[in-house]
Design a protein around this ligand. Structure first.
Ligand code: NAP
Length: 311
């Protein structure tokens, strides 16, 4: 074996690593798809990551359709974007807004029609809106599990399915979904959220394979903690609001940086992007390669959280 590695394999391995590194550098340097005039739909654009995505795609010259439940908050975002339009390198447009509740899938079809009426087409759909959950499975009403699933899973897939035929007809478009690291690993006391994001990952992985031949890419983005109102707006086991900015969320990434990473993923038509530090990334690998250790670590995390609650 030593002779094989020394004689022929080592140069081959080094050459392969070299080619891989070179390929990655070249891919990163590619300018990527232009977004000037592209019609970009962003759900959950009234706050947090959605609002920052609105900012970066607006500055890139996209024609935006911003979606949310609160018309006044969306209008405020529109006014902020208009006020910041000067000084950008690209021609910018005043965004349109469409108001609907993703958790009520019966309204999503009408909302999709309204979205299509704005510019006659959708080039990029960014399924960003979502809610989080904090709770103990034993004390959580089934209705809460269902509600989180409606907003984080059924809403985005209903909207995607309603807009997809128009993309298929044009053989053009791009579907993006903001999942989470918790779409790849499940963390204790986050059951409804982790389950909804795992379902999201699975659905959009299937979709990617099914629509590739139409030239429509699917991008799943899985961020770690981001400094937004997500934990503040999270629901608990009885449906009431968590109402707390968790330490992990407060110490999370700047939403402006995450929005830039979303823009880059769209430009490069990336398939699956994890935006997290080394520990969550390692945990994702552990879940597959050494599940027994991963389960031990999660049980220990659950013990620590229980202890903190009891104190
Ligand atoms: N923050 C994090 O640590 C983190 C980490 C990983 C992934 N993410 C994901 O990032 C995405 C954005 O969340 P965020 O962190 O920016 O949280 P956020 O500040 O709470 O924003 C959530 C957005 O979703 C919208 N929304 C919630 N329920 C909705 C519904 N039923 N119908 C329509 N819109 C609804 C909200 O709009 P209105 O309330 O105005 O209607 C709001 O604009 C979510 O998918 C989340 O899971 C967040």
């Amino acid at each position: 074996m030593e002779r094989v590695m020394g004689g022929g394999m080592l140069p081959l391995v080094l050459a392969s690593v070299g080619v891989l590194v070179l390929y990655r550098i070249l891919v990163r340097r590619r300018p990527g798809a232009a977004l000037q005039d592209a019609v970009v739909v962003i759900t959950g654009a009234s706050s947090g990551l959605g609002k920052e995505c609105a900012r970066v795609f607006h500055a890139a010259g996209a024609r935006l359709v911003l979606c949310g439940r609160d018309a006044a908050r969306l209008q405020q975002v529109v006014q902020e974007l208009k006020a910041n339009s000067t000084g950008t390198q690209h021609q910018t447009y005043t965004p349109s807004t469409v108001i609907f509740d993703l958790a009520d899938t019966s309204t999503v079809h009408r909302a999709a029609e309204e979205i299509l009426k704005c510019y006659g087409q959708v080039d990029v759909l960014i399924n960003n809106a979502g809610i989080s959950y904090r709770g103990n499975i034993l004390d959580t009403h089934l209705s809460v599990q269902r509600d989180v699933m409606e907003t984080n899973y059924f809403g985005p897939i209903a909207l995607t399915q309603a807009l997809l035929p128009s993309m298929v007809r044009r053989r053009s478009g791009h579907i993006v979904v903001i999942s989470s690291v918790q779409g790849k690993i499940a963390i204790p006391y986050r059951s409804a959220y982790a389950a909804s994001k795992h379902a999201t990952q699975a659905y959009f992985d299937c979709l990617r394979a099914e629509i590739e031949h139409y030239g429509i890419p699917v991008t799943v983005i899985s961020p770690g903690y981001i400094r937004t109102n997500l934990s503040l707006n999270a629901v608990t086991g009885d449906g009431s609001k968590h109402g707390v900015v968790d330490k992990t969320t407060a110490m999370g990434s700047d939403p402006r940086d995450v929005a830039q990473a979303v823009l880059k993923a769209v430009r490069h038509r990336s398939k699956d992007v994890v935006l997290a530090g080394p520990l969550p990334s390692l945990a994702i690998y552990l879940r597959t390669l050494w599940p027994a250790l991963f389960f031990k670590l999660m049980a220990s995390r659950a013990r620590k959280e229980r202890k903190l609650k009891d104190e």
